[in-house]
Design a protein around this ligand. Structure first.
Ligand SMILES: NC(=O)C1=CN([C@@H]2O[C@H](COP(=O)(O)OP(=O)(O)OC[C@H]3O[C@@H](n4cnc5c(N)ncnc54)[C@H](OP(=O)(O)O)[C@@H]3O)[C@@H](O)[C@H]2O)C=CC1
Ligand SMILES: O=C1CO[C@H](CO)[C@@H](O)[C@@H]1O
Length: 321
């Protein structure tokens, strides 16, 4: 089994640089995640990236519990992340929502809890509340207030680390002006077409690690259109893969590791799970890295366009990074 290295968070906690994404992008394949989690544990994964909005935490939790119960793995050797959904940003909601996630996952603490997006939706039962015109119902709760409640759950030990996701540099800067606890990570989209160099440098100066989501370009995302960028099939990535006797996916994942990021590719195929974890036995040269860096073209594939009119939408045109 390959040994997965850790990086150290600003609070001293260790974070495995490779984890399994559990968002089942492809419609109709939602139930594959349980087997994927069990296969992943069997082949050596210990870090799992979950979220309430993936609507599958009970399935993920059952798989984890089975592997703990049958002695394959111990809880203390797992690293489990989940994320606060946008409809639970109210400070009085945060602990309650986290406890639902803990109950769904069958855990009594998380290793990492993230604010999934900087913008909030109307509180209630709907993860994504919609009005009669089909628009998302926004809320104006400020992520600074949400963060105070995140600090409380950290202090209670319900999450061993806390962080953010999809925050831009201006939002992180503002958060830090009010925060007692610096987020350990910003989980953001990152792959060669959107390598996030400036945001990574910005975060690195504040000792905030990047967790790269959609590192393979999220090829099964439901909103994909013909002709959209497809980094896994990039001819130059394929050539580099041949040169290293690796697959394109392994090149894309190794790229993240050498950028200094953690990354969380999703797969529900056992062979690809094994492939994706076998990236610690080769190295991209400085020239390879420079070449892949040159592919950057602001090629965002997870823009959450339905929320683009929210005042706290992070990817507004005037925001550079
Ligand atoms: N914070 C946030 O807002 C977001 C977080 N995420 C997180 O990041 C994770 C990963 O991102 P995601 O968008 O799922 O996309 P990825 O870039 O991880 O791509 C996943 C897709 O790639 C395929 N795949 C996996 N391995 C290989 C391989 N070796 N060769 C060829 N194809 C492969 C998978 O198919 P198959 O399963 O058939 O192998 C799946 O269709 C998510 O699952 C989620 O946990 C994602 C988006 C937003
Ligand atoms: O994590 C995620 C996976 O994809 C979802 C669908 O847009 C996003 O909302 C989310 O950020």
């Amino acid at each position: 089994m390959p040994r997965i290295p850790n990086i150290k968070f600003n609070n001293g906690k260790l974070f495995p640089v490779l984890g399994l994404g559990t968002w089942q992008g492809a419609l109709g394949r939602e139930f594959e995640v349980g087997q994927a989690v069990k296969d992943a544990i069997d082949v050596g994964y210990r870090h799992f990236d979950c979220a309430a909005t993936y609507r599958n935490e009970k399935i993920v939790g059952a798989a984890i519990s089975e592997k703990i119960a049958n002695g394959t793995v111990k809880r203390e050797n797992l690293f489990i992340t989940s994320k606060l959904p946008n409809n639970a940003h109210g400070p009085s909601m945060v602990e309650k929502r986290l406890k639902t996630t803990l109950s769904d996952l069958g855990l009594d603490y998380l290793d990492l809890y993230l604010v999934h997006w900087p913008f909030a939706f109307k509180e209630g039962d709907d993860l994504v509340p919609i009005d009669s015109n089909g628009n998302i119902i926004f809320s104006d709760i400020d992520y600074v207030d949400t963060w105070k409640a995140m600090e409380d759950i950290y202090e209670k030990g319900l999450a061993k680390s806390i962080g953010v996701s999809n925050f831009n540099s201006i939002q992180i800067d503002r958060l830090l002006k009010h925060a007692k606890i610096v987020p350990v990570t910003n989980q953001i989209e990152c792959h060669p077409y959107l390598n996030q160099r400036k945001l990574q440098e910005f975060c690195s100066r504040r000792d905030i690690k990047i967790t790269a989501y959609s590192p393979l370009g999220s090829p099964a995302r439901p909103w994909q259109k013909p002709g959209d960028p497809d980094v896994l099939n990039d001819a130059q990535i394929k050539t580099m893969a041949e040169k290293h006797n690796k697959t394109p996916a392994q090149i894309l994942l190794r790229y993240q590791i050498q950028l200094g990021n953690a990354t969380i590719p999703k797969s529900s195929n056992k062979e690809r799970l094994i492939q994706n974890i076998n990236i610690f036995d080769f190295e991209l040269s400085p020239d390879d890295m420079k070449f892949i860096n040159s592919f950057d073209c602001n090629g965002r594939i997870c823009p959450y366009s339905n929320a683009k009119d929210h005042p706290l939408y992070p990817f507004q045109k005037h925001v550079e990074y």
